[in-house]
Ligand binder design. Structure first.
Ligand SMILES: C[S@@+](CC[C@H](N)C(=O)[O-])C[C@H]1O[C@@H](n2cnc3c(N)ncnc32)[C@H](O)[C@@H]1O
Length: 237
């Protein structure tokens, strides 16, 4: 039984599209040549080997980007903060392959990639690791009425962040979909005990546009950046 299921039922509605597209020749090569360097694979019953993957992991900050797409924002942040450890979690194989190739070309050592559902990875495989920030850039919008339950941002994801963030850590969201921003803000308004809104997270300083941001801008949509700081106390590692 997959641990995406509990008592025979899916723990979360799929927040991603199932049709992932084919890998290009270049992406296949990038996967073959660089996945062993950048990829982290989670195994049932074991925690991710984060401390083995990053030198001095305990002394460095960890930032996690969920749904990094082709990896542009992740790469940008990792180059801007070479002393920080970055983990990107993505379901989309072409994106994982493209990110591997770009990381190798840039020679970045401070990033690891995980293929999987971020909700599963963070809930079950993170052990006692705590992050300084969680970033979500342009999540799949699921704009149709009745599809809201498929959105990645849900109260349950914020509960996971509460377990996985350091006190004063951030989570940041960028979207070009007004109803998504309203959906996330409404969830966070019910979580005021441990969270306060932040004008902008220093961890989501986009210098260039991501592919999905570019689509939004081309359609003359307004980009909305939201962020919150966590004030709760997490259990010591
Ligand atoms: C609309 S795309 C945005 C990609 C990129 N951030 C950008 O701005 O170009 C959303 C991405 O989130 C990924 N995604 C959706 N749900 C996810 C989940 N539960 N875990 C990991 N990745 C997820 C999808 O595979 C997709 O690549």
């Amino acid at each position: 039984m997959s641990n995406l299921r509990q008592n025979g039922r899916l723990r979360w509605a799929p927040s991603y599209l199932r049709n992932q597209g084919q890998l290009t020749k270049g992406q296949k090569r990038a996967f073959r040549e660089h996945w062993s360097t950048y990829g982290l694979v989670f195994q049932h019953g074991e925690c991710l080997p984060l401390a083995r993957s990053f030198p001095d992991f305990a002394e460095r900050e960890l930032v996690v980007e969920i749904g990094f797409g082709m990896g542009d924002h992740l790469l940008e942040m990792a180059s801007l903060h070479p002393d920080t450890c970055f983990v990107g979690i993505e379901m989309h194989r072409p994106g994982l392959a493209a990110a591997c190739g770009k990381l190798a070309d840039a020679g970045l050592q401070n990033v690891r990639l995980i293929r999987g559902d971020a909700r599963l990875v963070l809930s079950d495989y993170f052990g006692s690791a705590k992050a300084a920030a969680f970033l979500i850039q342009f999540p799949d919008p699921w704009p149709k009425i009745g599809d809201e339950h498929r959105r990645l941002v849900q109260p349950g994801l914020i509960d996971v962040f509460e377990k996985r963030l350091h006190t004063d850590g951030h989570w940041a969201l960028a979207t070009d979909v007004t109803t998504y921003a309203e959906h996330a803000s409404a969830i966070m308004r019910k979580k005021t005990k441990h969270w306060s809104p932040l004008a902008r997270s220093s961890w989501s300083a986009r210098r260039s546009t991501t592919p999905y941001e570019a689509k939004g801008l081309a359609a003359k949509r307004h980009i909305i950046d939201l962020a919150w700081t966590f004030h709760g106390v997490t259990e010591p590692c």
